[in-house]
Design a protein around this ligand. Structure first.
Ligand SMILES: Cc1ncc(COP(=O)(O)O)c(C=O)c1O
Length: 492
């Protein structure tokens, strides 16, 4: 057989089973404090002291080894290839971290007086301008704290615009079935009714279905571009025209802008408002829920509704302000400032040509993976993709091996699994985004692993079905782990 099942590292296996409390021995210490050289102070009153707090008693090397082995169980973009489709887990240049931790940025306080934070405000103002240039829009707000919050902001802006123009009866938002899952959720949160538009056999928006659904009730169409199939929408200009002729607005989900940075702009395609994910496209680290930044950029007719704050330049310098018909605040203070700093550093370091190179590499890498794997895995939409490629493992499923099993088996080969079962329009989907920051060698190693797993699915499917074999725990009950997590030590 051509596969090798790795053996768990005994130290790691031990960590999976033994917590620091289990290793605790009474009286053991990690540090000896020097004798007191100040007068002893009485402890706080006993009702303030917790007697039930039990801490592990360990030596220093036990503590260090324990946490080091725990950290080795973690997987991150700094430790390996992380091909999560739609999530763009690309390598983030460390220089951005250094820039963001400069004291003038890291220690700025949101309540500081305006004249003391002109540098920070300049950065925000300039970033607003750069994002408008990149997207082909007129105005922007950096306030939203995540992509989905940018979507919510955009939807609320559209709602407020329609209200001001006597169009409040427009309460329906059309969302193609290839949109990101947060799109219908954001539209619903903004109080719209969501209607799904099907894709056609090529994975594009079905224009006939769109034409039939557009009408006087429709407020907006929300389009993820590229779609969650990793495909560009070739009829985008026609769609924009249809939407506008019907009196509705066009929203763009630009979370995955690394697909066409420097090559195509939302504004030129006819979008009215778009959000970007700085924590993906512009190399601010993310994962685990944040912090992120999902700025909204819009055409001039929506600018009065942008979320608060926006930064404006006056004769007395830069200042934070609220647009005249603003939808208001989305969060306390001014957004995730150091995420903005990282994105700004990234954009300035790369410049126009560098940003263009980002999309070249993102697209070339995804198409490389697509061509290498398409003989082994079913490709539901067999055409060049943009930044990510979606396979279906229906062929393997016929042998009893599901997308989930393949994803788990990749862990044995040392790779983070791709996104699974998304988009919903593709059965047994594996959505792979190699990102622009991986070398050919890394892509080859990943493709070799995927090809080996395809062979295993043919020759010894149980090995894939029972994977992973190299982790302290294998198949967890994920629903119970999420709903009823055990978060504290339960020893005797
Ligand atoms: C296309 C698309 N839209 C929206 C989002 C939502 O962004 P966030 O997770 O920052 O809310 C994502 C996140 O992966 C995305 O890929």
């Amino acid at each position: 057989m051509r596969f090798a099942i790795g053996r768990p590292d005994p130290k790691e296996a031990q960590t999976g089973e033994r917590l620091s409390m289990d290793m605790s021995r009474p009286g053991r210490r990690a540090l000896d404090l020097p004798p007191l050289d100040v007068p002893e102070a009485p402890p706080p009153p006993s009702h303030l002291l917790r007697t039930s707090l039990r801490l592990p008693e360990l030596s220093q090397n036990e503590v260090v080894r324990y946490f080091l082995s725990l950290s080795r169980l973690n997987y991150s973009v700094d430790s390996g290839f992380y091909p999560l489709g739609s999530c763009t887990m690309k390598y983030n240049p460390k220089v951005n971290e250094e820039v963001a931790s400069l004291p003038g940025f890291a220690h700025v306080h949101p309540l500081q007086q305006r004249h003391t934070i002109q540098g920070a405000l300049y950065l925000m103002f300039h970033l607003q301008e750069l994002l408008c240039r990149i997207t082909g829009m007129d105005s922007s707000s950096l306030a939203p704290a995540a992509g989905a919050q940018g979507e919510l902001a955009g939807m609320l802006m559209i709602k407020a615009f329609l209200r001001d123009h006597g169009q409040s009866q427009r309460n329906v938002v059309l969302v193609p079935d290839s949109a990101h899952g947060t799109n219908p959720a954001s539209a619903a949160m903004a109080g719209f009714q969501v209607v799904t538009i099907p894709s056609n056999a090529q994975g594009n928006v079905d224009l006939e279905a769109l034409r039939e659904t557009l009408g006087p009730q429709v407020a907006a169409v929300m389009l993820t571009i590229p779609s969650t199939l990793g495909l560009f929408e070739p009829n985008i200009q026609q769609i924009a025209q249809m939407v506008h002729e019907a009196g509705a607005l066009l929203y763009g989900d630009g979370a995955n802008q690394n697909a066409f940075l420097g090559r195509a702009r939302f504004g030129d395609m006819g979008f009215d408002v778009v959000h970007l994910n700085l924590h993906k496209t512009f190399a601010a680290p993310h994962g685990g829920g944040g912090p992120g930044a999902g700025p909204v950029c819009c055409k001039s007719h929506l600018a009065p509704y942008l979320p608060t704050p926006v930064v404006e330049q006056t004769d007395e310098g830069f200042r934070l302000t609220s647009p005249p018909r603003s939808i208001g605040r989305l969060l306390a203070f001014w957004g995730h400032f150091t995420v903005l700093v990282r994105a700004y550093a990234y954009i300035r370091a790369l410049g126009e040509e560098g940003l263009k190179a980002v999309s070249t590499h993102a697209v070339v890498n995804a198409n490389y993976v697509r061509t290498r794997l398409k003989g082994a895995y079913h490709l539901p939409y067999d055409r060049p993709c943009l930044h990510e490629v979606v396979f279906s493992t229906v062929r393997q499923k016929a042998k009893g091996v599901k997308a989930l099993d393949i994803a788990k088996r990749l862990i044995d080969y040392g790779f983070h699994p791709p996104t699974m079962y998304f988009p919903l329009t593709v059965p047994e989907a594996l959505m792979i985004e190699p990102t622009e920051t991986e070398s050919k060698e890394n892509l080859d190693a990943f493709c070799e692993a995927m090809l080996a797993i395809a062979r295993e699915a043919e020759e010894c499917p149980e090995v894939v079905r029972e994977a992973p074999h190299t982790t302290p725990l294998a198949r967890l009950d994920e629903a119970t782990a999420a709903r009823r997590p055990i978060l504290h030590w339960q020893g005797g």
